[in-house]
Each structure stands twice: as C-alpha cells, then as structure tokens.
Ligand binder design. Sequence first.
Ligand code: 9MR
Ligand code: ZN
Length: 535
Amino acid sequence: MNINKYHIFINQTGYLPNAVKTAYMAFPAEEFSVCDCGGRTVLTGRTERFGFDSLSGDTVFTADFSSLEKSGKYYISAAGKRSAEFVISEDVYRKNAEMLLHAFYYLRCGCELEPEYAGEFVHKKCHTAPAAEWYDHSVTRDICGGWHDAGDYGRYVTAGAAALQHMLLGCRLFPERFYRLKSNIPPCGKLPDILAECKVELDWIMKMQREDGAVYHKATTAHHAPFIMPEDDTAQMYLLPVSSMAAADTAAVMALASGIYREFDGEYADKLLKAAEKSYKWLENNPDFLGFDNPEGCGTGVYGERGDKDNRFWAAAELFGVTGEEKYHRDFRALLDEDFPKTALGFGEVGGMGALAYILSAGGDDTIKNRLKKNFSEKAAELKSLSDSCGYGTAMTGRAFCWGSNMNVLKSAMTFIIAAELCGEREYIPYAQKQLDYIYGANALGISYVTGAGEYSVKYPHYRPADADRIDRCHEGFVSGGANGRPCDEKAIKLIPEGTPPMKCFVDEVECYSLNEITIYWNSPAVFAAAWLSE
Ligand code: 9MR
Ligand code: ZN
C-alpha cells in the first residue's frame, strides 16, 4: 500500500526560483511556514481561504510562498501538519524532462534493454518475429521496433504519431532546450537524445507503411498478454487492417520529422519525406474515411475515430510546411472550415497539430494564421478561467477527469505554452506551470503522478514489466493516467466509492488500468511542458 503521510500538497519535485509557488491544504490554517531541512524557518506567511472546490470536494486553503527564491531543500508546515520535501533550483525541470524522456527507452520494443542504460530494469529482445496480416496470414512483415504503447505490449500508429508530435513540436519550437536533454540512451550518430529516441518510433511507423502508402492501424497480438515480461510474450503478432487515420498521421508526422532531422542527417530526412508523400498519395487516391474497429477475435486497444478530416488537415499542413507545394495548401484550405476542434492535441483529435504546422509554415496566409492563433488564445483563456476556479489550480472540468485525465492536464499546459509563445500572451506561463504542479503532487490526493518523482509518488502503475520483473519498485519517469471519475476496471469500481469527487477517483494499484496505466502519449506532453520550463 502506498500511503500519504503528508497533508500539505506541493509540487514534490520542486520549483524554479522565480516561479509562482503555491501549497494547498484541505484543512483550516491561518499561518504557514517554510522550513529548510535543518528545521529552520525561512519564511512565514498567512494562508488564503480559497473556499469549496467541487472537483475535489475540499474546502481549500492556499499558501503562496513565491517570494522564496533561494535554492535549497524545504518543506512547508501549518497547523501541526506538513508537506513532503521539495527543492527550489534552476534545474528541476531539466531533470524532470530528462526523467520523462528516459521512460521511452524502457518502452523500446524489439531490442534488448541493457544495464548501462536501463540499470536493473533490463529485458531481452522482444517481439522480433514477423507479423501476419489479420485476414491473410500468408502476408507477413518485419515490423520489429518502436515503443510498446503502454501497460500492454501493443503498438498503435496513431498513438505513436501523437507522442512523436508532442516531442517533435518541442524540438521545432525550442531546439536549444530540447536538444540539450540527456537521456542516457545508446548514442545514435550526431542526433540529440530526444531525436535518437523519436527515431525509434519513426522507423517503426515506416515499417507499418505498405508499399502503396497505406498504413496498418496497429500491430498487436489477438489479446493483451498476461503480466509477463515482453520477451515472454511470444503469441502471434498481427497487422490489423489499414485506416485512413493511420495513413494521414503517418504522412503528417513523417513530414514534420523530415524538417527537423534534416539539420543532422539529410539522407534520413529524405527518407522521411518520401514516406510522408507516399502516404499522402494514398490519401489522395482514397478520399473516403476508412475508420477502424477491432475485428472479431481481437481484444487489444481500438483507437477508433469518428472521422479523418482533422487527420488529413494535419497531413496537408505538415506537407505544405515542409515542401511549400501549392497542392497541399489547397487541400489544407479546403478542410479549414470543417467542423473539428482546431486546438486539439490528442491521439484521436489532431486538428491543433495541423493548425500549429500551418502557423509555423514559412509560406501560408497571414489571415488564416492569425485566425488559427486566435483559437489557441481563446482556448487558453477558457482554460485559465477553469484554473482560476479550481482550488488546486488545475484547468479541468468534471468531465475531463476521464481515463487518462492527466493527459488533459498536460495538454492544457501545452495550450498555455503555445498561447504564451506563439500569441505572445506571457500571462499564461504560471498557468502552464500550475498544471505540472498538479501532476507532481499539488492535487487533492497529494500524490505525484510520475513514478519515482517525489517522496509520495505512484509506485504500482499498470505496466506489465513493473509487475513481472520481480523488482520491488518501478523505474522512474512514467506518467500515470490519473484520476478518473468514471472508473471502469473491476478493481477500481470496487475501490472507489460511488460519489467520490472526480479529482479523488484514483488509487495506486497495478490492476487499475482505468486509473493507473501509463502510455507514450501521457509522457510526451509532459516532456513538452517540462522541457519548455527547463529554461
Ligand atoms: O488512452 C485511451 C483512453 O483514452 C481510452 O478511454 C481507453 C479505452 O478505449 O483506451 C486508452 O488507450 C489504451 C489503448 O486502447 C491500449 N493501450 C493502453 C492505452 C491506455 O490505457
Ligand atoms: Zn516488444
């Protein structure tokens, strides 16, 4: 059991010296003090009564200790209760970002994880056998590589493309911050670590691309493996049917990547661009939506979508950005007034990714660019008012506490950063940081949702190797899915009493996949936000 002995909730990994710093408590206290770890009081202040917060069911009091800027290790106390320890330091977020990035190494498939890079969390080569098409087993392919998606060992193209987009967008916008991240992974030519890690997934997606440019939606066994190590999961691997979302996301992310890798490796950049054009050609020849649902007998993740217009929009925007060709511009404009959110940065909704690609393109129409930026401004304003009306400062509605709610928190952080950087609205910077504070422990349960980050952090994520490796602890750097007001796995339903406020619908239990799983696209927006805050 993972029990919190603290009652004052803070970002347990710490704060940048000049950051806004808030501690939260769900008990009345008039005064608080900040102590250094020798127990000396370094700051005292009065708390503020926030009042009732409906997302947590708490009456919240806050303590603002922003004026403390001196580097060091501290804790907070009030009314005889205290917080976990935290630091104030210039490099907290660089470290956080590196830890989050290194988690992707543990998810690598098809290769051995070596002690030099994985410490004790090694495993042998996994999932190396060729995969067979679901409907025609005589068609087989080598699709070795990529990242395991999550707690399961499936590999899904649209999920991979979203995770790549978050990290590659960061590289595109803030190359210095992202390229200096060190992740302790095998070196790969001259590539910065983040690009070396992303190349693993890019190479795999290229293997999922058919000769005609169509892309298999996913590669999984028929059902999720039991809790065994990946190398012991030797059931037949299948290639599930192609989808137009997979083709469009492939075109988009390959085009985005080709622009980024060109600086380091022209040949690889050409290969990426060819792959992008090939899938785009397939999309042109196949204008109708080709969705995905599991065929009978397949029980792994679906990643279905109700349309592909936003995926095609993203693909056209990235290809326009990297080639400047008018035909992509025309396709992009033709989709502009379609009804899908133009700020969405998810794995199912990718309209925001298309908007960003267009905003960042060298050509393009300024009127359209301004309109797309305005959408992000408006979205940030909406999120700011949610954050202001939440006792714990998180930009969430009750509904947003769904399976993988932490992705919603982290996407809000991304939106605040985008509004600050691309629309010049610097007032959103503290709001971006507050979302990370929530993730790292400033929430109603006082838990840090990143494994190994902070004294009271998630220890038992739903992640097969963590349970199967016989090592007592999980390695660090995984973002847990987080609180879910509509838990749907058996154990969570049993453990979470009916009527629990959404922010408190969480338990750190390995069986609870609808609360405590991990995935690549929950880590990736965290890498984006943490790396951005690293400077
Ligand atoms: O992250 C997905 C979540 O938003 C959905 O509600 C859920 C149910 O469809 O599926 C999640 O994705 C899972 C995927 O299907 C398989 N790999 C693990 C993913 C994370 O739980
Ligand atoms: Zn594997």
